[in-house]
Design a protein around this ligand. Structure first.
Ligand code: TRP
Length: 338
């Protein structure tokens, strides 16, 4: 059976956090190890221009951060292709063709784009590139003939728009591209971690994250400061576990399910204090982060190796994108001389 081709990626606009780990990174590693997939992992630095054009230093620094974050969680460059978007100029040309398959109104109507415009406070100053990032994402996906794209809930409307682009392309130019399918995360709890403050999303801009690069002391302090159930005042009080980020994190990370169920029951009935659940969460987060830290230490002291991995990955990725672009150029009719 042919392997499924998966494209996934992250915008390099900072370090990756536990929310990324639960929502996508660990699944990425699982897919890599399953042998069912051919994996392309892209550091989407061109996409980072769409909301960080004015922060070149941040973008540049984040490329290496995101590369090391991926390698530290277990992405193996022998098994997955880790590459940098801006090293593949073919993606920009594909984007130019696809831009004419989407109306301005359709671009503005994308619900993810709409809410991200609000989140970023763009109001009336939305960069054209930002509005068009789902279009460039269609280029990313089709360039590598991706059959599957892992998506969280919030990215689903982007993939829907990308599928529309492929359909429109089919109609005018023929069936040159591969139609991508979403891979939705099955476990609801692994879709998104709330922030330390209980806000619905762990996010750098909300300053409510545990980073994969945090040390033990930082993790301990952050967990101890976590929001829990504001009505759980005394240890004997009945506590809420449903909207309690400590339990949501435990649910996403804890391997000892028996212990988890016991703690949860105890907290709900009353008699289990916040310090107990927080101490346990510290252990569970540490168990997750210790092997990641070890690999990070290696890569941070071998930066040359990281850059070589990115360079080799990008050379391999470009070969494939080049083939796709050749087909597309022929399909759209810009092959004049041969
Ligand atoms: N949109 C993703 C993010 O915000 C990054 C990304 C760019 C991507 N191109 C992609 C993801 C293609 C999946 C497929 O992090």
């Amino acid at each position: 059976m042919d392997k499924k081709i998966v494209l996934t990626g992250d915008r390099p606009t900072g370090k990756l956090h536990l929310g990324h780990y639960v929502g996508s990174l660990r699944n990425r590693v699982k897919m890599q190890e399953s042998n069912e997939y051919e994996m392309y992992i892209m550091i989407a630095d061109m996409q980072a221009f769409t909301d960080n054009a004015n922060k070149p230093e941040k973008r540049k620094k984040s490329v290496i951060h995101v590369a090391i974050d991926n390698l530290s969680v277990g992405i193996n460059p022998e098994k997955a292709t880790l590459f940098v978007q801006s090293s593949i100029p073919e993606l920009s040309e594909l984007t130019m063709y696809y831009m004419n398959l989407v109306t301005v109104n359709r671009a503005k109507r994308n619900p993810t784009i709409k809410s991200e415009i609000k989140e970023r406070g763009f109001s009336d100053s939305v960069p054209v590139g930002f509005l068009a990032y789902p279009i460039s994402q269609a280029a990313d996906i089709t360039a590598f003939n991706a059959t599957h794209v892992p998506v969280g809930d919030d990215q689903l409307p982007i993939l829907e728009q990308d599928r529309e682009i492929v359909k429109s392309f089919y109609k005018i130019y023929g069936k040159t591209l591969t139609m991508p399918e979403p891979i939705l995360s099955k476990n609801k709890n692994s879709r998104r971690l709330p922030g330390l403050d209980g806000k619905n999303k762990m996010s750098k801009s909300l300053n409510n994250c545990i980073y994969l690069s945090d040390d033990t002391k930082t993790v301990t302090a952050k967990v101890m400061s976590m929001y829990t159930d504001p009505n759980h005042l005394k240890i004997e009080d009945k506590g809420d576990t449903k909207n309690n980020p400590v339990f949501l994190y435990l649910d996403a990370l804890c391997k000892d399910r028996k212990k988890f169920d016991e703690l949860k029951k105890g907290y709900e009935q009353g008699g289990v204090g916040d310090v107990i659940i927080k101490n346990y969460l510290i252990d569970v987060v540490e168990e997750t982060l210790i092997p990641i830290r070890e690999k990070r230490k290696y890569y941070e002291s071998h930066l040359d190796e990281v850059y070589t991995i990115l360079k080799n990955g990008s050379v391999k990725a470009e070969r494939i994108a080049h083939e796709t672009l050749k087909r597309v150029r022929k399909a759209v009719g810009v092959e004049y001389y041969n």
